[in-house]
Ligand binder design. Structure first.
Ligand SMILES: Cc1ncc(COP(=O)(O)O)c(C=O)c1O
Length: 398
C-alpha cells in the first residue's frame, strides 16, 4: 500500500523500540528496570478520580464545546493568573487531548511549507516530527554542555533567517531537566524583539516540578512585549500524575487559538468530557498531592545525582526540574565488552538492555548522542537496583 509523503518523513519513536525490547525480556521472565519512563509513577490523586466518577454519574458524558468546557477554561485562566501573573480571556484558551495535541494543533494552525522552526538540542523527541507533519522545516541548534544544554542569545541570533517562523523553548526540559532562569530568558528576548515574524512556543509542561528553590519564568512573563506572540503549552499530565487522561491546553493570540480550534474540530472534536471535569478538580482542588510528589522527586533527584557522581568519566548538568537526568556517557564510547563494541548512545542503550536488563533512552533520540536519558520517576528501591546494575555494566566495559 502506498503511504503518504507526509508520513514517510516521520521517524518512529525511539522510545517505542526500547519499550518493545523491555517487554520481550519481561515476557521471558527477566526483571527489567526501566529508567525510560516519561510519566510520574504515582496514581492520580483520589479526589481527581472522584470528580471524574461524579461527572459520569451526573451524565456529563456528551460532546462538549470543541475548545473545552467553560469551567475548565476558567480554572486554567485562574491558575495561569496565579502562577504566571498573566491574564488571558476564554477566547485565548484551547483545551486539547494532552499537551502534545496542543502543540500539534498549534503547528498545524501557524506553520506552512518553507517555514523554519528553531529547536534547541537536546530536544523533546516529538518536536521535529510534529514540525515536519505541518510541512515546515526543523532547524536544530546544538546547545553546548557548558551552558547546561541551554540556548544562548548569540546562537539564537545566528540561527534566525527570513524564513524563521517559530522558536520552541521547553523549560524545565525533557530530556535534561534544566530550566531557563528569568535572566537567561531576558537575553533571548532581546534577540526575539528584533524579529517580529518569530512566534515563541513555551512548553511549560514540567513547570510545577522544580527543585532546590529554582526560580521559574517563561518568555511571556519576562518580556510583556513578547506576550502576544508567545504560545503557552501546558497540561495536567505531569503535575497531577494524569498522563492517561489526556488533557492539555494552549494559551495565546485569539485568532490563532480559533484556527487551532478549527483543526481540532475537524480531527478529535472536544477532549474527553469526563477527563475535562477531572482536570477542573485537579486545578481547583487541594494541591497537597502535587507537593508530596514533588518532594519525592526531589529526594530521588538528590540520590540520582549522588550515584551519577560516583560513575567514573560521567558528567551531568544539574537538573532543577522535571524527573530526568541527561548524563554524558561518551567516555565509554570506543570501549568493548567481549565482542560487543560501544560506538554511541544507541549501542550503549542496547548493551544496558541486553546485559543489565536496564532500559534507558539513547541521547541520539533527543539530538545529543553523547548522553543517555534516565528518568527518576521510579521507586527508591528500583533506582538503587538500577544504579547498581548501571555501575556494574559500565565497569565491565574496557
Ligand atoms: C516536553 C514535553 N512536552 C509535552 C509533553 C506532552 O505531554 P501530554 O501530551 O501528556 O500532555 C511531554 C510528554 O512527555 C513532554 O515531555
Amino acid at each position: 500500500m502506498k503511504l503518504s509523503q507526509r508520513v514517510s518523513q516521520v521517524q518512529p519513536s525511539a522510545t517505542l523500540s526500547i519499550n518493545a525490547k523491555a517487554k520481550a525480556l519481561r515476557a521471558q521472565g527477566k526483571k527489567v528496570i526501566s529508567f525510560g519512563v516519561g510519566e510520574p509513577d504515582f496514581d492520580t490523586p483520589h479526589h481527581i478520580g472522584q470528580a471524574a466518577i461524579q461527572a459520569v454519574q451526573r451524565g456529563q458524558t456528551r460532546y462538549t464545546a470543541v475548545q473545552g468546557i467553560p469551567e475548565l477554561k476558567e480554572a486554567i485562566i485562574d491558575v495561569v493568573r496565579a502562577d504566571y501573573g498573566l491574564d488571558y480571556s476564554p477566547e485565548e484558551v484551547l483545551v486539547s487531548c494532552g499537551g502534545k495535541h496542543s502543540l500539534y494543533n498549534l503547528f498545524q494552525a501557524v506553520l506552512d511549507p518553507g517555514d523554519q522552526v528553531i529547536i534547541p538540542a537536546p530536544y523533546w523527541v516529538s518536536y521535529p516530527d510534529m514540525v515536519r507533519l505541518a510541512g515546515a522545516e526543523p532547524v536544530i541548534v546544538d546547545c553546548p554542555m557548558s551552558t547546561s544544554f541551554k540556548l544562548e542569545p548569540q546562537a539564537l541570533r545566528e540561527a534566525i533567517t527570513e524564513r524563521t517562523r517559530m522558536l520552541i523553548l521547553n523549560s524545565p526540559s525533557n530530556p535534561t531537566g534544566v530550566h531557563y532562569t528569568p535572566e537567561e530568558l531576558r537575553g533571548l528576548a532581546q534577540v526575539l524583539l528584533d524579529h517580529e515574524q518569530v512566534v515563541i512556543v513555551s512548553d511549560d509542561i514540567y513547570y510545577r516540578l522544580l527543585y532546590k528553590g529554582a526560580q521559574w519564568a517563561n518568555m511571556a512573563m519576562v518580556e510583556p512585549r513578547l506576550k502576544d506572540r508567545t504560545f503557552i503549552v501546558n497540561g495536567v499530565s505531569k503535575t497531577y500524575a494524569m498522563t492517561g487522561w489526556r488533557i492539555g491546553y494552549l494559551l495565546g493570540d485569539a485568532d490563532v487559538i480559533k484556527a487551532a480550534g478549527k483543526i481540532q474540530s475537524q480531527s478529535t472534536s472536544n477532549p474527553c468530557s469526563v477527563a475535562q471535569w477531572a482536570a477542573v478538580a485537579a486545578l481547583r482542588g487541594s494541591q497537597e498531592d502535587v507537593q508530596t510528589m514533588r518532594q519525592a522527586f526531589a529526594r530521588r533527584r538528590e540520590y540520582v545525582m549522588e550515584r551519577l557522581g560516583r560513575l567514573p568519566g560521567v558528567t551531568c548538568p544539574d537538573p532543577n526540574g522535571a524527573f530526568y537526568v541527561f548524563p554524558n556517557v561518551s567516555a565509554y564510547y570506543g570501549k568493548k565488552a567481549g565482542e560487543r563494541s560501544i560506538q554511541g548512545s544507541l549501542d550503549l542503550s542496547d548493551y544496558l538492555m541486553e546485559e543489565a536488563h536496564l532500559a534507558v533512552v539513547p541521547g541520539a533520540a533527543f539530538g545529543e548522542d553523547r548522553c543517555i536519558r534516565l528518568s527518576f520517576a521510579l521507586s527508591m528501591e528500583e533506582l538503587e537496583e538500577g544504579f547498581d546494575r548501571l555501575e556494574k555494566a559500565l565497569g565491565r566495559l574496557s
